[in-house]
Design a protein around this ligand. Structure first.
Ligand code: GTP
Ligand code: MG
Length: 370
């Protein structure tokens, strides 16, 4: 069987080996960092850390789920997806709120405008940008890791008066591990006595070299509170997006990632999804993680109902039979039969994994007692 050492798994996730050992312990598996664990257990751990696992050999049922391969002619430019990361209270949400006010699309809020963790704005040049917020507390490490896997770039928010803090470092590690470019937004520059050189040197210690120190990481000084330099930050994002030359094929079955989900009293399961390929249409049959459903409604971040959503658009979808987990992928499939087949397979796999992990725990305990 496929085996991986705890240390190697930790390396691949850019996580501390000790944290992986702890996660295994919580699952009832005793292992030291030099020991090997099987692929199913490794996948469970990786999922818990917020990573998506792609095995080399998948079952027949999963085959074809990736859909057709896009050729260069099929690809069209798409807006960048930007994740805002940084330490608790450094101003991520304030910055997102301030950026949202710069939206020139002129959309009036529709029905229920609620805070969803992702939205798209149009800037005066006509370019559009999608932003994703990530919670700042340590418990949400997994969510942040997922943020980095759907994102084209990270805006690292560092409060000028506080500097680089533990979750700033974590965010840097995630971005580096995911090989995603970073833009530094030094926030709260309205505060008296801030020392920008200190922040730059602290970043340097983590291999983030800003342009003023001769590196290639753009650094923008902002104040979310006063709305200072938001235009410069948006320019930096567009510049970075041009370098990345982001494209997707909008003319195919939709694929994307679940960003958030919840069970709404009136509306049933609601998932905020990011479309990454193709166009999601009302009436599509989708599989999201181990759930499926017919898309009854597509709602944008202003609460406005849409008939379809294209690559890089974050939308809420209604009509799923259950609540998928954040970080899971969704895909539009041809019919209900196929959707049931895939979800039943996935649910069975999930049950088997839990049983296998429990079995492994018993084995290890027996070994220890022997
Ligand atoms: P978490 O989501 O809890 O991680 O926090 P956050 O990073 O989203 O920070 P948030 O936007 O909630 O801001 C934290 C505090 O900093 C709030 O009291 C804000 O008013 C304040 N704040 C945010 N931006 C600025 C700024 O540019 N200047 C000043 N002076 N205060 C700011
Ligand atoms: Mg916040």
């Amino acid at each position: 069987p496929d085996l991986i050492t705890v240390q190697e798994l930790a390396n691949r996730m850019a996580a501390r080996a000790g944290e992986v050992v702890k996660a295994l312990f919580r699952m009832g598996v005793m292992a030291t960092i030099t020991q090997s664990i099987d692929a199913d257990t490794a996948e469970l751990v990786a999922t818990e850390f917020g990573h998506r696992v792609r095995r080399v050999s998948e079952s027949d049922v999963e085959q074809g789920l990736e859909g057709e391969v896009d050729t260069e002619e099929n690809l069209e430019p798409r807006p960048p997806v930007v994740t805002i990361m940084g330490h608790v209270d450094h101003g991520k949400t304030s910055l997102l709120d301030a950026l949202r006010k710069t939206d020139v699309a002129g959309r009036e809020a529709g029905g229920i405008t609620q805070h969803i963790g992702a939205y798209m704005i149009q800037i005066p040049s006509g370019d559009r940008v999608t932003f994703i917020d990530t919670p700042g507390h340590e418990a949400f490490t997994a969510m942040r890791a997922r943020g980095a896997s759907v994102t084209d770039m990270v805006v690292l928010v560092v409060a000028a008066d506080d500097g680089v803090m533990p979750q700033t470092i974590e965010a840097i590690k995630h971005a580096q591990a995911a090989n995603v470019p970073m833009i530094v937004a030094v926030n709260k520059i309205d505060k008296p006595g801030v020392n920008l050189d200190r922040v730059r040197n602290e970043l340097l210690q983590h291999e983030v070299v800003v342009e003023s120190l001769g590196g290639d990481t753009q650094e923008i000084q902002v104040s979310a509170l006063k709305g200072t330099n938001l235009d410069k930050l948006l320019e930096a994002i567009i510049l970075q997006a041009e370098v990345l030359d982001l494209k997707a094929n909008p003319n195919r079955a939709a694929e994307g990632t679940v960003i958030e989900s919840k069970l709404d009293k009136g509306r049933g399961p609601v998932a905020t999804v990011l479309v990454q390929k193709g166009t999601l249409n009302q009436g599509d049959i989708v599989v999201a993680g181990a759930e499926w459903g017919r898309v009854r409604a597509i709602i944008d971040d202003m609460g406005i109902p849409l008939t379809g959503a294209e690559p890089s658009e974050p939308v809420e979808i209604l009509g799923l039979t259950g609540v998928p987990s954040a970080g899971e992928t969704f895909v539009a499939v041809e019919d209900e039969t196929r959707a049931r087949e895939i979800t039943e397979f996935r649910q069975r796999k999930a049950r088997e994994k839990v049983a296998a992990a429990a079995g492994a725990a018993r084995g290890t305990l027996n070994d220890m007692l022997a």
